[in-house]
Design a protein around this ligand. Sequence first.
Ligand code: CA
Length: 233
Amino acid sequence: MPRILLVEDEPAIADTIIYALKTECFEVEHALTGRDALEFHADQPFDFVILDIGLPDITGLEVCKQLRESSSVPILFLTARDGEVDRILGLELGGDDYVTKPFSPREIVARVRAIMRRADQGRDERSNSSAAPISNSHLAHDEKSMRIVCAGSPLDLTAHEYKLILVFLRQPNRVFTRDQLLDHAWQDPGAVTDRTIDAHIKTIRAKLRSASPGTEDLIQTRRGLGYAYVPAS
Ligand code: CA
């Protein structure tokens, strides 16, 4: 579960953002001041920072500058002024994006997702370039034929089933929410629902079971969160 640090001194704004993020299964810590934010992050680094520019002690820009000395954590700025200066400064300092108040909590969640996806893709590309084969004793990806091999035999998969398994194989043990799986494996995630994911997982499990009877489910359900691929030991 990605941990997010929200740095915002206005309680009403903070509450709506925290609520929206928690609904989407993010873990959120809240700092009211810049110094608290730096301290929290030094204590236990976060996966993402949402940073208000107007803070009571040091500005969000200063917080960003100090964070950037030791961290490349994605940063989304919140700004009250629609001024170019804020924007340029923010992005020059190594912020990843910004939103201008007033904004909807949904907009924040969408930005967080988009920035995280970009960061993930960057990581995937870097790890793919080292050409590490994706495989373990039970599941392997045959890149040339674009097939998934389970216990030695290639699976007969639909395109979406194939893409879903690839998402899991690239990050074993990571829990993916249904939204994240939709984002990764569907070109137009808006056209399908959470139930679509559940239905696909069900057929994938059935195919894995018939290819390798007696093995535990490799795709495991994390109740209330989503699914994770847990390699057979
Ligand atoms: Ca403020």
